[in-house]
Every structure is written in C-alpha cells, then in structure tokens.
Design a protein around this ligand. Structure first.
Ligand SMILES: Cc1ncc(COP(=O)(O)O)c(C=O)c1O
Length: 386
C-alpha cells in the first residue's frame, strides 16, 4: 500500500461482523475497562484501557504503516515516548551517544533525569560528521540518539552511515523523525532500529493534541517497549488517538504544502538584507543539501535564521509580527515562530546552547499551509520595524 492510501485506511478497515455497524472511521472507545464473558476470557483481547484500547490500537496500526514499521505504539507525549524507549533499553551506569543539537526537552530528560538520577553517561557529539559518533562509541554504549533534521538548527546526519557504525559496535540507533515526518523520511529503511515522534507536531498537524509515537520492526524490542508502555503508563487517550488518526489522513497533502511554502520563505530569507544566515535543507546553499536529497524525500517545513545585529533586533522582529503566532511547538497548519534561546531551548545552560550555535539572534519558523503571500507580507512589515 502506498503512503497516502495507508494513511487513510490502515487500522480503520470497516467491520461487517454480526452486530458491527460498519463505521468507516474508528469510533472513540472511551471505556476504561472491558467486561469479560468469564474470568480468563478477555473480550476481543481487551482488559483495561491502559494495556490496550481499540481506538489506540487503530492509531498504532496506522502509525506503523506510515513509517514502514511492523509495530507502532502511541504515547501521551513525545517525551513520554522517549522516556519509555530509554527506560526499556538502559541499565544503570550505561552510556549513550547523542547528537549535540537536540530538542531542549530531550536534552533536559537525558541530563536531569537519566544522567543525574540513574547515572547514565551521555556523550553529545556533532553527528554531522559520522566520525564523531564513531569516536564516542564505547563498549557500554547502549544506543545512539539522533534527530535529523535537528531542532532548532536544521542540521542533518547520515542515518545510514551512522547506523552501520553503531551496529558494528553493538549499539542501537534511535531517530527522532519529528521534523521530517514519516512522509519525507524513513529512518528504519535507512538502518535505524527505532523511530520516535512527537505526534503533537506534523503527524497530528492541527495543534490540538499532545502525543508521541514509537515505531519499530524488531519483535523483541517491541515487546519490551510495549510492556513498559503499560507498566509506566504513558499512554495516549482514546480521544487523542482519534484526533491523531484523523490528522494522519491528510499528512501527505499537508506536508507538500508545508514544504512548498517553506521553500518560498527560505528563498525570501536568503535574499533579505537583515538576515545573516538561513538554515533550510532545501536550499542549495545548505551545507548538507546533497545529504538531504539522498536521504529524504522532501525538505519539510522548518526553517531557522539569524537576524543581523544583537539578539534585541530578533526580539523586536518577533514582537512586530501579527499573522505568525509567537509560540512553541511546530508542524500545525498555522505558521508559528519562536526564539529558541528563550523558549524551546531555555532549559539548556547558555554556554551549552551557544557552543552548539543556538544564539540569541536565532529564530525558528514552523511554516504553515496559509497563502504564502500573506506570510511574506507579515514578515516584510515586521522586518521594517528593526
Ligand atoms: C524534535 C522533537 N522531539 C520531541 C519533542 C517532544 O514532544 P512533546 O512536546 O510532544 O512531548 C519535541 C517537542 O517540541 C520536538 O520538537
């Protein structure tokens, strides 16, 4: 089944059995528990909604299908998904190699929870060069954690090359595929073992649900993570499962439009006299344009850029916009803009984020699906204010 077809149909085949109503859309099964015919006979395999729920199961099948995985699991947030993966794989005092440009909340989870409380050792490296990953690997490295493109600097890493290096050293590879979405990038096909998503972003796509997902094909790993989905309990609710399943049906259409608008804006930023740098993998000037063409099917809708001058000019620009909402998050139909240093990445100490390149003049844009002319007009009037 092709992507667009799976996005509409997977997990939602109408049921025609006796008593079934033939819904073409998965119903929202709100029941927290399921009655049994007898003590040892759960009805249809369902016992209690934390362990399994028909609406969540439909979404999980759809998530697996769009990521080209055998298994999908839905969580109450992207970070709940990440936490459950990490606690399923790590033992006290083990080691992890991670890209040094990561979503701030992921870095906070790793440092403040897994490192400080459980003694996990993290090495953050610039994974744009796979050799840096290679030199950081140790005998006790359990996994390599990647984002590509990264949040917020839109950097890429060669997933296939790093997977080869990590596997040779006995480490797993986990890719946060949130920025590309399953429409534009397939990390499992490139050799990754596990994909995680914040479904809050492109996958749901309408900024009305917080959720997370894990997709993978290896049965043993799946059983461990599924066990902890129930044991730790970070599940997605039936209502949110319905919303995310509905969002996925238009993912392909939305991603095409996000990308089209983003390319127009990236070119506009590139030619702007008040901007010193633009980061978008669909620009030929992006240092990793060739890698983007090789490993992605498109460039997605996230752009970062640096405003010339002190960080104050960036803040003045942000305050002058009216159509772009000044908000964290990304991947919704509406355009959002933010200041990573004081918003999404504020939890990272200043010297750490500046070392990576998250400066006070950096601005991150999640390009929506509006008419791009209205977006340019709003940006233009805000640039006039600085
Ligand atoms: C790349 C990336 N991964 C993970 C997350 C965490 O997801 P959530 O906010 O759904 O917990 C985010 C949130 O912004 C993100 O941008």
């Amino acid at each position: 089944m092709k992507f667009e077809t799976a996005a509409v149909h997977a997990g939602e085949e109408p049921a025609f059995s006796e008593g079934a109503s033939g819904d073409v859309v998965i119903p929202i099964h709100l029941s927290s528990t399921f009655a049994r015919v007898d003590v040892a006979k759960p009805t249809g395999g369902y016992e209690y909604s934390r362990s399994s729920n028909p609406t969540r199961l439909a979404l999980e099948q759809k998530l697996a299908a769009i990521e080209g995985a055998r298994f999908g699991l839905a969580f109450s947030s992207g970070l709940a998904a990440e936490t459950t993966v990490a606690l399923s794989l790590l033992k006290k005092d083990e080691h992890v190699v991670a890209f040094d440009d990561l979503y701030g909340g992921t870095r906070r989870l790793f440092t403040r929870v897994f490192q400080e409380n459980y003694g996990i050792d993290f090495s953050y490296v610039d994974a744009r060069d796979a050799e840096n990953v290679k030199s950081a690997l140790r005998k006790d490295t359990r996994f390599v954690w990647l984002e590509s493109p990264t949040n917020p600097l839109i950097r890429l890493c060669d997933i296939r090359e790093i997977a080869g290096i990590a596997h040779d050293a006995g480490a797993l590879v986990i890719v946060d595929n949130t920025f590309a979405s399953p429409y534009f990038q397939h990390p499992l096909a490139l050799g990754a073992d596990i994909v995680v998503h914040s479904t809050t972003k492109y996958i749901n796509g309408h900024s009305d649900s917080v959720g997370g997902a894990v997709m993978l094909s290896e049965e043993d790993l799946y059983q461990r993570i599924r066990y902890n989905q129930n044991a730790a309990g970070g599940i997605l609710s039936p209502f949110d499962s319905f919303l995310v399943a509905r969002g996925i049906k238009t993912l392909a259409l939305r991603m095409e439009r996000h990308q089209k608008n983003a390319l127009t804006l990236a070119k506009y930023f590139e030619g702007h006299e008040k901007i010193s740098a633009v980061y978008y993998p669909g620009l030929r000037t992006h240092p990793q344009y060739a890698l983007a063409k090789k490993q992605m099917d498109g460039f997605s809708g996230m752009i970062s850029f640096e405003v010339k001058g002190e960080g104050k000019a960036a803040l003045r620009f942000l305050r002058s916009l009216s159509l772009f909402a000044l908000a964290e998050s990304l991947g919704g139909v509406e355009s959002l803009i933010e200041h990573p240093a004081s918003m999404t990445h504020a939890s990272i100490p200043k010297h750490e984020r500046e070392k990576v390149g998250v400066t006070d003049s950096l601005i991150r844009v999640s390009v929506g699906i509006e008419n791009v002319k209205d977006l340019v007009d709003d940006l233009e009037q805000a640039f006039e204010e600085i």
